[in-house]
Design a protein around this ligand. Structure first.
Ligand code: ASC
Length: 134
């Protein structure tokens, strides 16, 4: 049985919340808002890379703005019109998150890691700018 649009929307919003929860403290460390904790950073970088592929299957047909469902969503109808562009944004994000986890694995310095956190954040923003409602 196919998922209901409302369930798919709930699913992807939850998965994106998981990602934001993991990224948030790394962003705060990168900004100097909280102290750098190498162990926590490594855990969160790995968690983020591990879940980076999860939300996208929730953007299925019938679940975007203007489609017939009863959920609130910021996902623009443009996602269906430019699915390739949307997939490119997913790929960029997954690559940036994987790079961050690899850099941790390679024992890179905090300064390099914080730059890569910026790249991850930019990949979030790149998709939001194009495909999420204001
Ligand atoms: C986050 C988060 C986002 C992105 C975005 C980056 O931590 O919740 O949506 O980073 O703000 O520009």
């Amino acid at each position: 049985q196919a998922a209901e649009p409302e369930d798919a929307i709930d699913y992807r919003q939850s998965a994106l919340s998981v990602m934001a929860w993991q990224l948030g403290p790394m962003g705060d460390m990168a900004q100097g808002d909280i102290e750098y904790d190498a162990e926590e950073f490594a855990t969160r970088a790995n968690n983020l890379a591990a879940v980076a592929h999860l939300p996208w299957e929730g953007f299925m047909e019938g679940t975007l703005q203007g489609d017939d469902h009863d959920a609130e969503t910021d996902a623009l109808a443009k996602i269906a019109d430019d699915w390739e562009g949307f997939e490119e944004k997913q790929e960029t994000f997954k690559q940036e998150a994987a790079t961050l986890a690899q850099m941790v694995e390679d024992g890179e310095e905090f300064n390099a890691l914080r730059r890569q956190v910026g790249a991850v954040g930019n990949s979030c923003k790149g998709c939001h700018d194009d495909f999420r409602a204001e």
